[in-house]
Ligand binder design. Structure first.
Ligand code: ADE
Ligand code: ZN
Length: 325
């Protein structure tokens, strides 16, 4: 009943994709050659053979080391533009894409280099009928001081960045660690979201800090919220968005978390389906919808609800929203 054609054709918003997680093995190899960088592998197959992770930490090791091939503004432009072409194939009309400044700054790349490459690609995506925006993520396994420094660097580029997020290794890195940079970001008019990765230690505490103290507007993953009934009821009431990523969950925990995702949808929570790091987790947004449809009892209405929720909880203007809903 649910066909690939239907899922691909359905208009969608992508709210949880890391641009650095869209680096396909082919582009990684081509950029490594162009920039004379030794990545330790010489063929696509060798690169793919390193993609065997069983936890967030083991994935992140592969993900950060892969970024070493990104050197020039044009490399960042190409990465983002190749992703936006995939977005078009998936009928993504609007994308709010994450990027990780500190992962590049730590390698000696200037802020201008990646922001200008990414932003130019966002502008050129308009020609593909893809509305593309950027969310700057702080790495939670680095210091709050470092995050605050990134926020200062971004001031010259304020109009190129829609929001801020928080990603990387959540263990021992709670939201409250970042209260200063997030408070400052909110004061500067940035929209806010944070990762609440699946099956973390102190997951509910982290979600409470993010929602009740920092007041973020969305949660990335966040499906562990089901452990707390009152919190689940509350996010349903305030229409807070949760961005679930089934293929990512499958790699990190051996489960798509489809039961949790469908339970939240049934309870009226504004949950939607996204791709996280599609080049590393085996598929783009439509593949994530189809993985759920293949493994769980999903109706056409459920699929449409996920897509509607993605536009509803996106940060597009109310006028733009009316076009899609
Ligand atoms: N950075 C890129 N992908 C991530 C994920 N799934 N969780 C946390 N940080 C990330
Ligand atoms: Zn993510």
């Amino acid at each position: 009943k649910i066909t690939p054609n239907f899922v691909y054709g359905l208009p969608k918003a992508e709210l949880h994709v890391h641009l650095e997680g869209t680096l396909e093995p082919e582009l990684k190899l081509a950029l490594a050659k162009k920039n004379h960088i030794n990545i330790g592998q010489e063929t696509i197959e060798d690169i793919k053979a390193t993609y065997n992770y069983d936890s967030l930490a083991s994935f992140l090791d592969v993900y950060y080391s892969g970024m070493s091939v990104l050197q020039t503004e044009s490399d960042f432009y190409t990465l983002a533009m190749e992703y936006f072409k995939r977005a078009k194939e998936n009928n993504i009309r609007h994308v709010e894409a994450f990027f990780d400044p500190q992962a590049h700054l730590a390698r000696g790349i200037n802020f201008d280099t990646f922001i200008n490459g990414y932003y130019r690609a966002c502008q050129d995506a308009k020609a593909l009928n893809v509305d593309a925006q950027l969310i700057m993520c702080f790495l939670r396994d680095m210091s709050a001081q470092s995050a605050s420094e990134v926020l200062v660097m971004a001031q010259n580029h304020r109009e190129k960045i829609l929001g801020v997020g928080l990603d990387s290794d959540e263990h021992h890195n709670p939201p409250l660690k970042f209260i200063c940079p997030f408070t400052n970001a909110i004061a500067q008019g940035y929209r806010t979201t944070m990762h609440a990765d699946i099956d973390q230690v102190d997951s509910i505490d982290h979600i409470k800090q993010a929602l009740e103290i920092i007041n973020v507007e969305r949660l990335d993953h966040g499906t562990n919220i089901l452990e707390d009934k009152d919190l689940t009821n509350w996010v349903q009431k305030i229409h807070l968005g949760l961005t679930a990523c089934p293929l990512s969950n499958k790699f990190i925990s051996d489960e798509f978390k489809g039961n949790e995702i469908l339970e939240l949808l049934d309870q009226g929570v504004k949950i939607s389906i996204h791709s996280d790091d599609p080049a590393y987790f085996g598929g783009y947004i439509s593949d994530n919808y189809l993985a759920l449809a293949d493994n769980y009892d999903l109706s056409v209405e459920d699929i449409v609800d996920f897509a509607k929720n993605s536009f509803e909880t996106s940060w597009i203007s109310p006028v733009q929203k009316e076009m899609y809903l």
